[in-house]
Write a protein that binds this ligand. Structure first.
Ligand SMILES: Cc1cc2nc3c(=O)[nH]c(=O)nc-3n(C[C@H](O)[C@H](O)[C@H](O)COP(=O)(O)OP(=O)(O)OC[C@H]3O[C@@H](n4cnc5c(N)ncnc54)[C@H](O)[C@@H]3O)c2cc1C
Ligand code: FES
Length: 254
C-alpha cells in the first residue's frame, strides 16, 4: 500500500544533500526505510532520517536521475511512498556507539535521537558532513572524523572507532555507511570482540522481500535486514566482495 504525503520543510544539509520533512503519522522504527516513487524516473529506497509522531523525513544525496529529480521538489509538493520496510536497529541497550559514514548518517540519526548515545559522524571532508545540528542536540558525545582532516579527527570512521573502543566499552556499535567502511568496521569489531549491528545496502526494486534483487547469500537485505548482527554478517560471503546491479549481474568490489 502506498501513501501520498506533502513536503512541509526542506533543509540544505550539504552542497549535494537535502532533508525533506513531510507529514506522515505511520509508526517507524530507527533504521527502517521507505520506497519513494519519482514519476517517470524510478522508485528508490531511502532511510527514514527523522521520526516524530506526525512527521518523518528522508535525507537525499543527489547522485543520479532519481535523486537529482527529488532535489527539484519544493515545499508543498507531494511524494508517493511505500513502507516502512526492514527490521531497524535493536536499541534495547543505551550503552552504544553510533557511527554514520557519509549519507549513511541519515539512517543512524533516529537512533541517535532515541538513545542520546555517543556518536561518530564521518565524511570525506567538512563539506560532506551532514546532520551535525541534530547530533549535537541529542548525542551524549559527538566526535567527527574527516578523511582529509578538514574537521575533527584526521582519518576514517573505523580508525576513530578503534580509538574510542580503547577508552570505553560499549554493548554494541551501530553503523550505516559505504560498504567499504562497514567491511573494515566489521573486521575491526571481530578483532576487538565487539558486538555490532550494521545496516547494509543492496540494489532494491520491491523493498518488500518479493523480487529477490537485493539478495546477499541466503538473505534478502530489504526484508531480513537491512540491519544485521556481527554473527549474521560473518555468514555473508558476498559482503564486501560483490553486489548485483539493476539487471541482476554480479559486480565485484575486489
Ligand atoms: C535500504 C537503503 C536505504 C538508503 N537510504 C538512503 C538515504 O537515506 N539517502 C540517500 O541519499 N541514499 C540512500 N540510499 C541509496 C539510494 O537509494 C540510491 O543512491 C538511489 O537509488 C540512487 O538513485 P539515482 O537514480 O539517483 O541514481 P542512479 O544513477 O540510478 O544510481 C546510482 C547508484 O545508486 C545505487 N542505486 C540505484 N538505484 C537503486 C535502488 N533501487 N536500490 C539501491 N541502490 C540503488 C546503485 O549503486 C547505483 O549504481 C539507500 C539505499 C538503500 C538500499
Ligand atoms: S528488493 Fe525485492 S526482495 Fe529485496
Amino acid at each position: 500500500m502506498s501513501d501520498t504525503v506533502r513536503i512541509k520543510q526542506i533543509i540544505d544539509e550539504a552542497y549535494d544533500t537535502k532533508t525533506f520533512v513531510f507529514d506522515w503519522d505511520a509508526e517507524v522504527r530507527p533504521g527502517q526505510f521507505i520506497m519513494i516513487w519519482i514519476p517517470g524516473t524510478d522508485e528508490i529506497p531511502m532511510s527514514v532520517s527523522g521520526i516524530s509522531d506526525t512527521t518523518k523525513s528522508i535525507t537525499v544525496k543527489a547522485i543520479g536521475d532519481a535523486t537529482k529529480r527529488l532535489h527539484e521538489y519544493k515545499v508543498g509538493d507531494r511524494l508517493t511512498i511505500r513502507g516502512p520496510y526492514g527490521n531497524g536497529f535493536d536499541l534495547k541497550s543505551r550503552n552504544i556507539l553510533i557511527i554514520g559514514g557519509g549519507v549513511g548518517t541519515a539512517a543512524i540519526m533516529p537512533a541517535v535521537v532515541e538513545t542520546g548515545a555517543d556518536t561518530i559522524i564521518a565524511a570525506r571532508s567538512d563539506r560532506d558532513l551532514i546532520m551535525l545540528d541534530t547530533a549535537r542536540k541529542h548525542a551524549a558525545n559527538l566526535w567527527i572524523a574527516t578523511d582529509d582532516g578538514s574537521a575533527g579527527f584526521h582519518g576514517n570512521a573505523v580508525q576513530l572507532m578503534n580509538e574510542k573502543l580503547k577508552e570505553k566499552s560499549y554493548d554494541y556499535v551501530i553503523s550505516c555507511g559505504p560498504e567499504v567502511m562497514l567491511y573494515f568496521m566489521f573486521k575491526a569489531c571481530q578483532d576487538a570482540d565487539q558486538d555490532c549491528q550494521l545496516s547494509l545496502e543492496r540494489y532494491m526494486k520491491c523493498g518488500a522481500g518479493v523480487c529477490g534483487c537485493c539478495v546477499m547469500d541466503d538473505k534478502r537485505i530489504c526484508k531480513d535486514g537491512p540491519v544485521f548482527t556481527r554473527d549474521q554478517i560473518a555468514q555473508l560471503t558476498e559482503f564486501g566482495v560483490s553486489r548485483r546491479d539493476a539487471c541482476g549481474r554480479v559486480v565485484k568490489f575486489r
